[in-house]
Design a protein around this ligand. Structure first.
Ligand code: NAG
Ligand code: NAG
Ligand code: NAG
Length: 596
């Protein structure tokens, strides 16, 4: 098992970042105590106020000179928010509001309480800055989700590596069997393992995190070298990185069917599941053996352990201290059919299509290295546009067609859905000229693709033809990279890929390739229902070039095929509700996703 010592977030997160230290100092009593000598109650109160203000001004000046301009202005905001008692109300930052449009100007940088306050700004700039770049934030998090996240963060701090409770759970893991909380093991874990490309990994991380929320577990991640500098630490005051000395060996090499996989353990009767149709006698039989210390969940596209999605199995798994999650899927919609999770999911996400959107914005924040690429590119090429269109093009081997055909599919789709600016061959434009003061109408088209072909063609189109809408209509076409092939094993490749996913996330509108997890991740970040290019199954150009998604949720491309019969569970969820909210995906009729 290898892992970068530097970790995903660079320095581990500090709960008390410098800004907050300044603000906290402003509240400290000693500064106020000197006002105690003044006679008379009113007089004392007046002095008190003068001194509070005086202390704050002094501290702010100090912060200004010691910490530099940016943090001082943040300290000012925090301090003034505290003065007015509005600490819990959203406050806006003054940092560079020139980009991002009107929505972002009044944006609450903590996304309506979704993000925990008080984390270090410098070690992870994207966490606080990204809000100024997104064009959409369509769903406010539900109060229940906020409660659940804050409870999760507290649990994570209590159980994180380095704590006595973590050590206790590791000891238990070495013992080979799971123990109950009564035996002093309070913390249960999900360990996320990498599998497949970056888009897959982001979606399976989100799924693993939601599973941890639903089951009161703690999510730890085992990141390989190629992902060591991609994501910031997401949780305040504690790491999410699995320590190097984790006792299970070779975590990256276990594959879909190791010894300790759930199905193998079931077959060997090492874990006991009580089914609804088991004779009652069995329930009273001798005490079953203690559950194993850990279970490996093989939930990738092979879906080896599909019984994971059965309620009775979930009850058995709840007794296992450590779960190792091996998945490349967004399996959230499939949790909805499990009675144990159904009601909770409804409360967490009153709008089903907001699930991945909110979770991905909560959990994943690019590190400064990636964020630097994102913001440099955005500010150079996209910031001036008043309309940004992201086009993500992925050609799968199983659905490859000639470049000309896919290009035509994109154009047909664009015409059908009115996405790319129309062109005109009307040359009579001499009466009107573009000038800086009329601002113009500038559309930026961002292309994310492994190949340069589509970029070159689309750019040529707007070079050879004018965009309709007069001389003031301008179109810029950009493609940050064209790597030719996917190379998930290389950190720098992954950093560039992640930067592009975020750039797509800043779009007003998106065209994505069907069945691409890269596109799913971009749409979820953007909070946009994309227009999805249909995959060319059987290498045939699809009759319908594209569909406008009805839900911005990612598709679970390989859902488990388990029903009441296999689960041996009598109906426990509202079937009508299930049929309404978990349906076939727009781009793949064997996948399912959340709809409202
Ligand atoms: C946890 O265990 C590690 C290694 O065994 C040890 O170095 C560390 O001091 C322990 N921490 C606590 C808080 O017990
Ligand atoms: C520039 O555009 C503004 C607004 O449309 C117009 O009033 C002005 O005359 C234009 N200037 C030139 C030099 O064309
Ligand atoms: C920009 O042009 C598009 C069509 O090309 C048009 O629909 C839109 O209203 C224009 N916007 C402005 C601000 O002129």
């Amino acid at each position: 098992m290898e892992m970068s010592g530097a970790g995903a977030g660079g320095a581990p997160p500090k709960l008390e970042d410098d800004d907050d230290v300044a603000a906290a100092a402003a509240e400290r009593e000693p500064c106020l105590a000197s006002g105690g000598g003044a006679p008379g109650r009113e007089e004392r109160e007046r002095w008190r106020r003068v001194l509070v203000v005086g202390c704050l001004v002094a501290l702010l000046l100090l912060a200004f000179f010691v910490l530099g301009r940016e943090s001082a202005s943040s300290a000012l905001q925090i301090a003034s928010a505290k003065l007015t008692g509005a600490m819990n109300g959203g406050f806006t930052t003054s940092t560079n509001p020139s980009h991002g449009g009107a929505a972002a100007k009044q944006a609450d940088e903590l996304l309506g309480g979704l993000l925990a306050p008080g984390m270090d700004r410098r070690s992870c700039r994207s966490r606080y800055q990204a809000v100024h770049y997104y064009k959409h934030f369509p769903y406010a998090p539900s109060p229940h989700l906020l409660d659940k996240l804050r409870a999760y963060e507290a649990r994570h701090r209590r159980c994180a590596p380095g704590t006595p409770l973590y050590n206790r759970s590791i000891e238990q893991l070495r013992s080979g069997r799971s123990a109950a909380a009564a035996d002093g093991v309070e913390c249960n874990y999900v360990v996320w393992l990498p599998f497949d490309g970056l888009g897959n990994r982001m979606l399976s991380m989100v799924s693993g995190f939601l599973y941890a929320l639903l089951t009161d577990r703690v999510l730890l991640v085992d990141l390989p070298q190629d992902s060591s500098d991609l994501f910031c630490e997401p949780f305040p005051g504690a790491t999410w990185l699995l320590p190097l000395d984790f006792p299970v060996a070779n975590l990256f090499g276990l594959g879909p069917r190791p010894e300790q996989s759930y199905t193998t353990l079931l077959n060997k009767k090492k874990i006991t599941v009580i089914k609804d149709d088991d004779p009652p006698a069995k329930n009273d039989a001798a005490v079953p053996p203690p559950p194993p210390a850990y279970v490996y969940l093989s939930l990738g596209y092979q879906m080896v352990d599909k019984l994971f999605f059965c309620g009775n199995d979930q009850r058995a798994l709840a007794k296992v201290n450590w779960l190792l999650l091996y998945s490349d899927l967004y399996f959230v919609p499939s949790l909805y059919s499990v009675a144990e999770f159904n009601g909770e999911l409804r409360r967490l996400f009153p709008a089903k299509e907001s699930a991945c959107h909110l979770l991905i914005r909560y959990l994943l924040h690019p590190t400064n290295a990636v964020w630097g690429m994102v913001t440099r590119y955005y500010n150079s090429y996209l910031a001036q546009a008043n309309r940004r269109i992201g086009i993500q093009i992925r050609m799968f081997n199983f659905a490859s067609i000639p470049v000309d055909d896919l290009y035509n599919q994109i154009l047909t789709c664009s015409r059908q859905e009115h996405i790319l600016p129309e062109t005109t061959d009307d040359d009579d434009l001499t009466t009107e000229t573009y000038n800086n003061s009329n601002g113009g109408n500038y559309t930026a088209i961002l292309i994310a693709s492994l190949y340069p072909d589509y970029y070159e063609r689309i750019r040529a189109t707007y070079y050879e033809h004018a965009a309709s809408g007069g001389a003031a209509a301008r179109v810029g076409v950009f493609q940050p990279t064209h790597e030719e092939r996917q190379a998930t094993q290389r950190l720098f490749h992954n950093q560039k890929a992640l930067a592009e996913i975020y750039l797509l996330g800043f779009s007003d509108e998106l065209v994505t390739s069907g069945m691409s997890t890269f596109g799913y991740a971009g749409s979820s970040l953007a909070g946009v229902r994309p227009t999805i290019l249909m995959p060319a199954h059987g290498h045939r150009v699809p009759a319908t070039p594209c569909r406008r998604a009805v839900s911005m949720e990612p598709c679970n491309l390989t859902p488990p095929r388990v029903g009441e019969e296999e689960c041996r569970r009598k109906a426990a969820v509202d079937k009508e509700d299930l049929a309404r909210h978990v349906k076939v995906c727009e781009d793949f009729d064997r996948g399912v996703k959340f709809f409202d």
